[in-house]
Design a protein around this ligand. Structure first.
Ligand code: DX5
Ligand code: ZN
Length: 222
């Protein structure tokens, strides 16, 4: 995965699953950096989406790194399965992990980048003790479960705090935002310090994926 500059990670939650290979091709040709895969279990969030089987199929039809966001209870039960299926980065929710430090180590030992995710109602302090042990923090900018929701403004202060911690401690940790990201909200999240931007509706809802990705990328520069 590229470690410099900003990353645009289209979320396939908003793609047409009956034409997934073509959808993935359109974002790869359109200049996406990563593919964001939203895994939901109907327990951690009130929706069910996809499992390792589909991740493995996605892996076969794109060369982009897969950023797999686990919105599931007991994620430690499935980390190895998702890494084997092709996840380059695995995100787990702090709210689902009583042994967060152990779960983060488990992801790295399995061979993937480790990401910890925070729901909008969870204070940023919940990740502070593991910040030096992760590769990425995902600040949810909507309540997880569905695409197409409205960006929650109060999450930006968490991005600012994380950026200050990461920079002042000299850490190599990416800060990802996910939910309600379009040109305008992306610009503000970038100004607050985010450098990975997940977008579902804003990319797959657009006819021209390359133009949508280019517009988002341009918004990060303010
Ligand atoms: C929400 C998911 C997001 C979602 C983003 O639970 O984690 O990745 O698909 O979709 P948009 O960009 O439509 O808000
Ligand atoms: Zn997501």
């Amino acid at each position: 995965m590229s470690q410099r500059g900003i990353c645009i990670a289209p979320s396939i939650l908003a793609a047409d699953f009956s034409r997934l290979a073509e959808e993935l091709e359109s974002i790869e040709l359109g200049g996406a950096d990563w593919v964001h895969v939203d895994v939901m279990d109907g327990r951690f969030v009130p929706n069910i989406t996809i499992g390792p089987l589909i991740v493995e199929a996605v892996r076969r039809v794109t060369s982009l790194p897969l950023d797999v966001h686990l919105m599931i209870v007991e994620p430690e039960r499935y980390v190895e399965d998702f890494v084997r299926a092709g996840a380059a980065c695995v995100g787990i929710h702090v709210e689902a992990c009583p042994h967060l430090h152990r779960s983060v180590a488990q992801i790295r030992e399995a061979g993937a980048r480790a990401c910890v995710a925070l729901n909008p109602g969870t204070p940023v302090q919940a990740v502070e003790t593991v910040l030096a042990d992760v590769d990425q923090v995902l600040v949810m900018t909507v309540n997880p479960g569905f695409g197409g929701q409205k960006f929650i403004e109060s999450t930006l202060t968490k991005v600012e705090t994380l950026r200050a911690w990461v920079d002042s401690r000299g850490l190599d940790v990416r800060i990802e935002v996910d939910g309600g990201i379009g040109s305008e909200t992306l610009g503000r999240a970038a100004a607050a310090g985010a450098d990975v931007f997940v977008a579902g509706t804003a990319i797959f809802g657009a006819e021209d994926r390359a133009a949508a990705i280019a517009e988002l990328r341009a918004s990060a520069k303010g």
